[in-house]
Design a protein around this ligand. Structure first.
Ligand SMILES: N[C@@H](CCC(=O)N[C@@H](CS)C(=O)NCC(=O)O)C(=O)O
Length: 197
């Protein structure tokens, strides 16, 4: 399998961390791509987004949630709960983390525009979504003992907020900050840290 990814992408980080936690990383060749500049992904994924996983027969699998679901079926331990209510709770937290990442990406891209063209309404709306998602994670009693899909998704997005200096999310969120401090020391988080390479 080949994983087409961009180094700082929090969605790709989620996939890479999950693969590392499941002992699958040896089976996945990593290929970096710049989706905003490079159109070659579009032949595989009409959205031209990374991450995209290419199976050995050439079939493309996207987006990150679907890739994680595919990989989770390949080996133990299972990191996506099979039964309800654990399943919908974990996937809803993953969706909140991914949505926070979409909002963070919009903030980062808006900041790349010339300052005179910054749209305050974009910042306000997206920062509101980011803040509300962070408040949800603060209350979510995330586990340090279990590092499964919800925890992986949240950790990947928090690391992105730090890497891109999107918001000072630790202020007023001591539980989340303490949790992240512990999980960011995991081997999978360290091995997938683009800023460390
Ligand atoms: N929902 C997608 C989001 C992926 C995404 O937004 N990737 C960004 C890079 S971090 C991208 O490829 N953007 C290119 C574009 O929007 O044209 C997923 O979870 O995989």
């Amino acid at each position: 399998m080949r994983l087409l990814y961009s180094a700082l992408s929090p969605f790709a980080r989620k996939v890479r961390v999950l693969a590392l936690e499941k002992g699958l990383s040896e089976r996945i060749a990593l290929e970096t791509i710049a989706p905003y500049q490079d159109e070659s992904l579009r032949a595989l994924n009409p959205l031209n987004k990374a991450p995209t996983l290419v199976l050995d027969d050439g079939e493309a699998v996207y987006d990150s949630g679907v890739i994680c679901d595919y990989l989770d079926g390949l080996s133990e331990p299972r990191l996506i709960p099979a039964t309800q209510p654990e399943r919908h709770r974990a996937l809803t937290l993953e969706a909140a983390a991914d949505g926070m990442g979409d909002a963070a990406l919009l903030v980062v891209r808006e900041r790349m525009r010339p300052e005179a063209e910054h749209r305050q309404d974009v910042f306000e709306r997206q920062l509101k979504a980011i803040g509300a998602a962070l408040d949800l994670f603060e209350k979510a009693e995330l586990s340090t003992a279990r590092f499964a899909i919800a925890e992986i998704a949240v950790a990947a997005q928090l690391a992105y907020l730090d890497a891109r200096k999107v918001v000072d999310w630790r202020v007023g969120r001591p539980m989340l900050a303490a949790w992240f401090e512990v999980v960011s020391r995991r081997g999978s988080m360290i091995a997938s840290d683009a800023s460390a390479t």
